[in-house]
Design a protein around this ligand. Structure first.
Ligand SMILES: Nc1ncnc2c1ncn2[C@@H]1O[C@H](COP(=O)(O)OP(=O)(O)OP(=O)(O)O)[C@@H](O)[C@H]1O
Length: 592
């Protein structure tokens, strides 16, 4: 059974840092003070009615009512009337001032808390191990960040609201108790019955709430697909099918939200009817028990004022139940349990001196559908200061080796040794600082070309960016663009051609002047002439930088010192490239 309160409380605890948590007692105090002033204002109706109706004495009354009946007893009738009226007005005024202060404070806490939730979500997405993104649906993640996080914030607001309502209800109940404990007992019993009925109905909100969250995830996936697959859909003429699929997903959200709203919508009228019944039962009870008119009037007004707070408390509860699906989603994303940990290690990495050695490295992508090993005891060396070509047919495991080197994923077996030290023990950020990767899978960011080239290297100057662009054969075409380096690349670089995008990505890698450069099909969309020039540049760095080149083109790997040939996740051969240079790519790929 999933309870909405624990996730709400755990999120609240997380969202309310020390500073905000200190404000919670003030919310409670303001709620209590406001309710006390309200109770006092209503209680003063007893002497007011007493004066008007001419029974100013407190005989036959006990407790608080007797005390209130004595207010202004020494004054003349007219002065007493004015003084009591002023006191009632003053308490109402002050109560509303405190109420306003509480609204401002609650809005402040709500804003800060929802900021904290979004901030914690983004932190978690940046911290979690990369394999998380290989197995989770982007639609689900997008939905949590863009939709469910807001609803989780609403749950926090509902909780804050319920704190205020509960404070007010407690104080008003205390006033009722002081006026007449017998009638209060009757009222409390009635309220408890209403609460039981309400809780039973609220429990029916969890399932539709979860359904809304999962349907929203499906809709977010459809939205992402429409945005990303614009060309694919058009060229294969799938507009009608995609429209139908989107509408189905969208209608699923509509239907789930309708079921939730209908069930939620039934609660306020039902609660109001039950509260009205309770109110009437109290009136009849007071009449049957022959309670004095001023006392009955004050009690009923207090009860009348208590009921909205009770209803608000119950509505907050049902709102929380209605938001339980969202709370579960946000809690799931924030919870580190079961999520891949980020790469560990604390040893500093001063720079590669001799070699990177893969020793019997095995790896399997841990997805339910695909459990076959991708690498089988792969053993080979990447020599420091040399260029190594990593080749093999499509699906052979080349990019997986890059993923292991960059520590996006960790080996299942065997070891990657960096100058003899296991890579797993080296501080991952320190290690990555020495690496630059240009890969067809690394997108451009939505900024200018200059932003893209200097991404990840904040200290790079415009001159540095230009120098890297020249090395990547990108400077010329950038200069020809109307805005030059200030041209906006667009979301994922849509404003540029594939070859231009690749050259900018290469410049981004080169601007860091890395010790270890990894080029994973980094120039496969670049024209032959430009690629030849890039290869010349890379050649000129030989001996100074460790380069790993993955390509299906002979010309791209022609400058390499060594070659490692992969075949279905196994290292088929490692040899100096010169000994195999005469062979075509197909011949190199031939199984032995
Ligand atoms: N996220 C993933 N989950 C499951 N299997 C994967 C995943 N990524 C890759 N694979 C599988 O791992 C194997 C190796 O993939 P990899 O991308 O390393 O090949 P590659 O040699 O780089 O291929 P290409 O030349 O086509 O880029 C393939 O069989 C592929 O289906």
């Amino acid at each position: 059974m999933i309870r909405p309160l624990p996730p709400a409380l755990s999120i609240l605890r997380r969202a309310l840092g020390g500073g905000l948590r200190r404000l919670l007692p003030i919310v409670v105090l303001l709620g209590l003070a406001g309710a006390a002033l309200e109770g006092l204002g209503i209680g003063l109706i007893i002497p007011l009615l007493g004066v008007i109706m001419g029974h100013g004495d407190a005989s036959g009354m006990g407790g608080l009512s007797a005390l209130l009946q004595k207010v202004g007893a020494g004054l003349g009738e007219r002065e007493r009337l004015i003084a009591i009226s002023a006191a009632i007005l003053g308490s109402i005024l002050l109560k509303n001032l405190l109420g306003f202060a509480n609204t401002v404070l609650t809005a402040h806490i709500y804003g800060k808390a929802s900021f904290s939730i979004r901030s914690a979500l983004s932190e978690q997405l940046l911290r979690v191990g990369y394999p998380f993104f290989l197995r989770e649906s982007p639609g689900r993640l997008l939905n949590i960040i863009s939709n469910e996080s807001w609803r989780a914030s609403d749950a926090i607001q509902a909780l804050l609201g319920s704190i205020v309502s509960a404070s007010a209800a407690i104080i008003l109940l205390a006033f009722l108790l002081l006026l007449s404990w017998k009638m209060t007992l009757l009222v409390t019993l009635g309220l408890a019955l209403v609460q039981v009925a309400h809780a039973m109905l609220s429990a029916q909100l969890k399932a539709p709430s979860r359904s809304v969250a999962s349907r929203n995830s499906a809709l977010a996936s459809q939205m992402l697909h429409l945005v990303h697959a614009g060309r694919l859909i058009r060229i294969f003429g799938q507009e009608a099918r995609e429209k139908a699929a989107f509408d189905r997903a969208s209608d699923g959200v509509r239907h789930a939200a309708f079921v939730l709203s209908t069930r939620q919508g039934a609660l306020p009228p039902l609660t109001e009817v039950l509260h009205a019944m309770l109110f009437l039962a109290t009136v009849i009870g007071a009449w049957l028990a022959d309670v004095s008119f001023p006392l009955t009037a004050a009690f009923l007004i207090l009860l009348y004022r208590l009921q909205p707070h009770m209803r608000a408390l119950q509505m907050s509860w049902s709102q929380l139940q209605g938001l339980s699906g969202s709370l579960e989603e946000v809690t799931w994303l924030l919870d580190p349990t079961g999520k891949p940990a980020p790469p560990q290690g604390s040893l500093p990495f001063p720079g590669l001196k001799e070699r990177i050695a893969f020793e019997g490295v095995s790896f399997t992508y841990a997805s339910e559908e695909q459990r076959a090993a991708v690498l089988h005891a792969a053993t080979f060396d990447i020599r420091a200061g040399r260029s190594t070509a990593l080749i093999g047919r499509s699906g052979a495991g080349k990019t997986t080796i890059v993923n292991l080197l960059c520590r996006f994923v960790e080996p299942d077996g065997g070891e990657i040794l960096i100058d003899g030290t296991p890579l797993g023990g080296i501080d991952p950020s320190g290690w990555r600082r020495h690496i630059a990767l240009a890969s067809q899978e690394l997108e451009l960011v939505d900024g200018t070309i200059l932003d893209n080239i200097t991404y990840g290297h904040d200290t790079a100057s415009v001159e540095d960016a230009e120098r890297a662009a020249r090395l990547a054969e990108a400077h010329e075409f950038i200069e020809r663009l109307p805005q030059g380096y200030a041209t906006v690349a667009g979301y994922r670089g849509v404003n540029l051609s594939a070859g231009q995008r690749q050259r900018i990505a290469l410049a981004r890698a080169l601007v860091r002047d890395p010790d270890i450069l990894i080029l994973d099909e980094a120039t496969n969309a670049v024209d032959g002439l430009s690629e030849a020039a890039i290869v010349e540049t890379l050649k000129s760095r030989a001996g100074r930088r460790t380069t790993l080149v993955i390509s299906h083109h002979h010309s791209t790997i022609s400058f390499c010192d060594d070659v490692v040939i992969l075949d279905h996740g196994r290292v088929k051969k490692q040899a100096p490239f010169a000994t195999l240079a005469a062979l075509s790519m197909d011949e190199l790929y031939q199984p032995e």
